[in-house]
Design a protein around this ligand. Structure first.
Ligand SMILES: C[S@@+](CC[C@H](N)C(=O)[O-])C[C@H]1O[C@@H](n2cnc3c(N)ncnc32)[C@H](O)[C@@H]1O
Length: 288
């Protein structure tokens, strides 16, 4: 009898202890509050301010077609805002297990768990190449390490960084709020080299030579055996613009989209001649 009672009380004690431990493991993370400045793997946790999150996502025109990734997602506020306020699908990569769990719960609470995925992992190991928008609040040297990976992403991918720049890759836009600064870049298509264009001149093809440093482009255009410097050449993502003077001395503006080894778009002009209305003609091109 004694031994049955002892066995029963041991069973009740063990059951109670197991339940208590289970309750703790469920409840403990619910009460987790991250501390500003707590160390992460490569950089500490500090949240981006709400107004900078909104202004950065606005600048990048984030929308329902986007797949945003936040590198070092912290409590998940950027992926959550991208999903909730901009309708995007978003994911965050966070090395700290507790922060990753908190970010998942925050997404659930915000009602966007279906569109926000939090990966517990290392930004230097996870593949984020399919993202269309990349956000970061890391450090200058971490941005420098990530830069080759980011520049190899699909042209047109938008990149946002809180506070830290990308070295000599100048931003397309600087975003200022009361207590902070963000930077915005667009991954440029690789256009350096020689191209043959049709549509610029009725008398034959044109030869386009492009030099490129990130989104900065320049070069020359050869038409009917005459070479001139491109006027106002600029790139944003896959979009290339420049102007030139045709054989009749008329100013024409070119806008083309680059897709790997081919480009297509239009040339419009002449400009500045009141007696002739500008007309638009199709332009095609391929690498020479
Ligand atoms: C400054 S916080 C930014 C948090 C969030 N992106 C934001 O803007 O609110 C940087 C975050 O990166 C995380 N982190 C640091 N090194 C990491 C790594 N190698 N892989 C993934 N996350 C990392 C930290 O734990 C921290 O949560």
């Amino acid at each position: 009898m004694q031994s049955i009672r002892r066995a029963l009380s041991t069973f009740i004690f063990v059951s109670f202890a197991v339940c208590w431990l289970q309750a703790c493991s469920v409840l403990q993370p619910e009460t987790y509050v991250p501390q500003r400045g707590q160390m992460g793997k490569d950089v500490m946790w500090l949240p981006t301010s709400d107004d900078l999150v909104l202004k950065m996502l606005d600048a990048a025109k984030v929308g329902p077609e986007d797949e945003l990734v936040d590198l070092g997602a912290g409590d998940g506020k950027i992926p959550i805002a991208a999903a909730r306020q901009f309708g995007a699908r978003a994911w965050g990569i966070e090395y700290n297990k507790d922060l990753a769990a908190l970010a998942r719960r925050n997404a659930q609470r915000a009602g966007v768990a279906e569109r926000v995925r939090i990966v517990h992992g290392d930004i230097f190991k996870e593949d984020f190449s399919k993202a269309t928008v990349v956000t970061m609040y890391l450090l200058e040297e971490l941005n420098a390490q990530l830069r080759p990976t980011i520049l190899a992403m699909k042209p047109g991918t938008r990149v946002l960084s809180n506070t830290f720049s990308m070295g000599d890759w100048e931003p397309d836009q600087v975003i200022r709020v009361t207590n902070g600064t963000g930077y915005f870049w667009t991954v440029p298509a690789k256009v350096a080299g020689l191209w043959t264009l049709s549509g610029l001149d009725e008398k034959g093809n044109a030869a386009l030579k492009l030099d490129q440093t990130f989104q900065r482009v320049g070069g020359t255009l050869t038409l009917q055996g005459k070479t001139q410097n491109l006027l106002g050449a600029r790139m944003q993502g896959t979009e290339l613009h420049f102007s030139f003077i045709n054989a009749d001395g008329q100013l024409k503006a070119v806008k083309v989209f680059v897709n790997g080894q081919v480009l297509s778009g239009e040339v419009t002009g002449p400009y500045g001649m009141v007696e002739i209305q500008p007309a638009t003609v199709k332009v095609e091109g391929r690498r020479s």
